[in-house]
Structure formats: structure tokens, C-alpha cells
Design a protein around this ligand. Structure first.
Ligand SMILES: [Zn+2]
Length: 310
């Protein structure tokens, strides 16, 4: 009897390593804790990572990334993350020191700027002196495909067993981008070529303009945090009058006071400029606004632009 008990005990202890390996496998199936900055990147990581990731976006709908300052709880979330993703190209200007510190502390960080080549990046002359690089890369569908590839590679590096799953999501994402591109091209055709002017609060739409043939004018330049002078507004008002532009657009993440000032400046010269609607530029919106994800927001933008200008 004693012998049997011993045997049973031995059998059980032999089984424990097996139980252990089962728990080990369960651990491998744990989700990757990703912390991201902008809504566009958060949405991208969610789409590629699916149920293998737990994504926390620090910036919500309508939040301006140029001016967003990280909070103490943001820093805690970043410190606990398996993977940190940000746009880069100085978009999240207030995060520069935080990311530099985390990088030297050994955090796992990627920036979408890694995939933007010198040939692809748009340079922007600001106040006639510095050449800045345009950070609004999500509006360039080819660059955004590379961004999706980078995200898939980053996730696969942390969870190689899910590599095929990420690849499937990536293929689907790229197919959706192709479909979106076709939709944009088709809708843009509805606007007469001479009316393809996109006037917004700040220069978020440079890549969009370059790819789809729009002259893009932002009252505040590349950074929504800079102030527009009355001279800037007067210059844009002249452009509106000279080119018979009938509509300009508000951005959900930028106060609309400069746009109202522009409408008044045009009216003072005897012209008429309408507000063509709200565009989702540096932040996605909500599902109620039909802008809760990358694809809905881009489509909503195109519909607003085309309906305002055609
Ligand atoms: Zn911006």
C-alpha cells in the first residue's frame, strides 16, 4: 500500500512539469501590452494586433498631439508597457524628453518615423527659415502601409507564435488601404481641378494634397500650437478671393477662431467663404461622428471636402 502511494506521488510529481508547461503556454498566449500616443497609431496597432494585444492610447478623440503634455499616469503606463509606439517627426513634441529617458532605461520603443525615407518625407518651410519635416504621415497611404508593416514586425518580434495571425491582419489592412485610395481618387474627380484648394486651420494635409492634387493652405503652418498673425489671415483671405475658393474647413483638434477670423476677413473684402465642415486631421473622432477609426475618419474627411468644394 505504501509502495502504491509512493508510486502515485512519483507519478504526480512527474506530471507537474507537464502542468508547468501548460501554464507556460498560457503565458505565451498572454496579450502584448502596447501603449501608443496618437489615435491614428492606437487604431493601427489594434487592427494589426487584434486580440493578441492590449492597446492603451494616451490621446483620445479630438486631442491635439502637438500640444499634448504627458501626465504622471501616462508615464506610469509607458513604464509598464511591453511595447511603446509613437509617431515621431516631432509630432508629440512634449514627449521628447520622456521617450529619450525611457529609451536609455531600456524600454522597447518604436517610432513610425523609422519607416519614412528622405524621399517620402515632405519638407516644410516655416516662417521662411527652418525646414521642418511634415509629421502628418497618416494621410499618405503608401507611408501608412509601411507603418502597418512596421507594427506587424514589432508585434511579431514579441510574439512570434502569432506571426501568421499578424500577417493575415496586415494583408487585410493593406487591402483596405488600397480600397480607401480608390475611393479617394474617385471622389476627388467630382471637384473641378481649379477648385482643389484645401484651406484648414493648420497644415495637416500636405501628404493628402501632394497625392491627390490639392493646393493645401494651413493658416498656422505645420504646428497647431503656433499663433497665426493677422498678416497670415490676410494673406489667406487674398488667396481665397483671387481663386474664388468657396469653402474652408475646421479641424476637430484645433480651435476654430482663426477660421472664423478668415471668414470675416474675406467678408470684409466683399467675398464669401463658407465653413465646409469639420475634418479629422491630427486625431480621430468618435463612432457617432463616423470617425472612430482610421478608415471611417478618412472617408468622412473626403466626403466633407468633396461636398464642400464641388
Ligand atoms: Zn498637426
Amino acid at each position: 500500500m505504501k509502495k502504491f502511494t509512493l508510486k502515485l506521488f512519483t507519478a504526480l510529481t512527474l506530471l507537474f512539469p507537464l502542468f508547468g508547461s501548460f501554464t507556460g503556454q498560457a503565458a505565451a498566449q498572454e496579450t502584448i501590452n502596447v501603449v501608443t500616443t496618437t489615435t491614428h497609431l492606437t487604431d493601427l496597432v489594434q487592427d494589426i494586433g487584434g486580440d493578441r494585444v492590449e492597446v492603451t492610447g494616451l490621446m483620445g478623440p479630438g486631442v491635439d498631439p502637438h500640444g499634448y503634455t504627458p501626465t504622471p499616469s501616462d508615464i506610469e503606463l509607458l513604464a509598464d508597457a511591453d511595447l511603446i509606439g509613437h509617431n515621431g517627426l516631432h509630432l508629440e513634441a512634449m514627449f521628447t524628453d520622456v521617450f529619450a529617458g525611457m529609451e536609455s532605461a531600456g524600454s522597447n520603443i518604436f517610432a513610425l518615423e523609422e519607416i519614412v525615407s528622405e524621399d517620402d518625407v515632405l519638407d516644410f518651410e516655416f516662417e521662411g527659415k527652418d525646414l521642418e519635416q511634415d509629421p502628418h504621415i497618416w494621410f499618405d497611404i503608401d507611408i501608412w502601409k509601411n507603418a502597418a508593416q512596421l507594427v506587424a514586425a514589432e508585434l511579431t518580434a514579441l510574439d512570434s507564435e502569432s506571426g501568421e495571425y499578424f500577417q493575415t491582419n496586415l494583408d487585410e489592412y493593406i487591402a483596405n488601404l488600397d480600397e480607401l485610395d480608390a475611393y479617394i481618387q474617385e471622389r476627388v474627380e467630382e471637384i473641378p481641378e481649379e477648385s482643389r484648394y484645401l484651406i484648414t486651420a493648420h497644415d495637416a494635409f500636405g501628404y493628402f494634397g501632394a497625392n491627390y492634387g490639392f493646393e493645401v493652405v494651413g493658416i498656422q503652418g505645420l504646428n497647431s500650437q503656433t499663433e497665426a498673425g493677422t498678416g497670415d489671415i490676410a494673406a489667406v483671405a487674398d488667396l481665397v478671393l483671387e481663386n474664388n475658393i468657396n469653402a474652408a474647413f475646421i479641424e476637430s483638434s484645433v480651435p476654430d477662431r482663426n477660421m472664423q477670423a478668415l471668414v470675416e476677413a474675406v467678408a470684409a473684402e466683399g467675398g464669401e467663404l463658407e465653413i465646409g465642415g469639420v475634418l479629422f486631421s491630427d486625431a480621430l473622432g468618435t463612432d457617432e461622428e463616423n470617425a472612430g477609426n482610421y478608415f471611417d475618419a478618412y472617408r468622412t474627411n473626403i466626403d466633407t471636402i468633396v461636398d464642400g468644394l464641388k
